[in-house]
Design a protein around this ligand. Structure first.
Ligand SMILES: Nc1ncnc2c1ncn2[C@@H]1O[C@H](COP(=O)(O)OP(=O)(O)O)[C@@H](O)[C@H]1O
Ligand SMILES: [Mg+2]
Length: 254
């Protein structure tokens, strides 16, 4: 289970993001980037963050630790900005928090070099989870102490927005032509050989067990949170087997 923290102070909004994540302080004195249940697509974005973030870390990627953050909507009362106030008010209960990497820089594909091996691993992973939000315009990669960290997996697994159409959606290719690392000759084949065997049913059960029950209730067609957890695991298992043969739009390096 993800560690549970309670927010004690709302510090500031993070302006770069589209979903208005905020910086908060927790009762463990940690500083967290908080993604609100009441924002945009709501719970599904948070579920995607947990599934893909926890999977990424277990596959060896650098990915900040995730926690759940309990929020007392009262915290919003003193906020001068109405947008922030409304977000806090509509996000009572469990939200998502991520360790804040202090001093991290946004990755700039023109300023940093990435090896074909590392680029291949990240492009392969994004193909697996169908990440449409790691473009050169908006890389969602951070440089921290000279190393690349993955963040922001809210816009992934598009199939979870339409479960009846899941099989068709999962079979689709992944277009990497806009990917932030497309220009680094990503060696997707080598990445698949190394990483695909690690994506097992057991690993996915462990990853999906991290999703809080509260974000898995009332999904049409699913009786229990565990049924929905299995539905999240299955497409990833299927895709791991051969998605590297369906990555388009890149010149592969060797
Ligand atoms: N763990 C983190 N440490 C430091 N900065 C972060 C972290 N997570 C996000 N940020 C900053 O906040 C911005 C918005 O976060 P992101 O997760 O991309 O949200 P959005 O879904 O709104 O795009 C990022 O582009 C980055 O600049
Ligand atoms: Mg982002």
């Amino acid at each position: 289970m993800l560690k549970e923290v309670t927010a004690t102070r709302y510090i500031t909004p993070l302006r770069e993001g589209g979903s208005l994540p905020g910086l908060v302080e927790g009762d463990d004195l940690g500083t967290y980037v908080m993604k609100f249940r009441g924002a945009g697509q709501g719970r599904k974005t948070l579920v995607a963050e947990v599934v893909c973030g926890e999977l990424a870390r277990r596959l060896g990627f650098r990915m900040p630790r995730l926690v759940t953050i309990g929020l007392d909507p009262v915290l919003g009362l003193g906020e001068p900005e109405q947008q922030v106030q409304e977000l806090l008010r509509s996000s009572g209960g469990a939200n998502l928090g991520m360790d804040f990497l202090s001093g991290a820089l946004g990755f700039d594909p023109l300023a940093f070099a990435v090896s074909p091996e590392e680029a291949g691993r990240i492009v392969w992973f994004d193909a697996l989870i169908n990440n449409v939000d790691r473009s050169w315009r908006n890389p969602n990669l951070l440089m921290h102490h000279g190393e690349l960290w993955l963040i922001d997996h809210g816009a992934t697994m598009i199939w979870h927005h339409n479960w009846p159409g899941v099989e068709k959606s999962v079979a689709r290719p992944y277009d990497a032509s806009d990917h932030a690392l497309a220009r680094f000759a990503p060696d997707v084949t080598a990445a698949a050989a190394a990483l695909a065997p690690l994506v097992t049913e057991e690993l996915l059960a462990e990853v999906t067990a991290e999703i809080p029950d509260a974000w898995l209730t009332d999904e049409p067609g699913f009786d229990t949170p565990d049924d929905l957890r299995r539905a999240y695991a299955r497409p990833l298992l299927t895709r791991a087997a051969d998605i590297h043969t369906r990555v388009t739009g890149i010149e592969e390096g060797k």
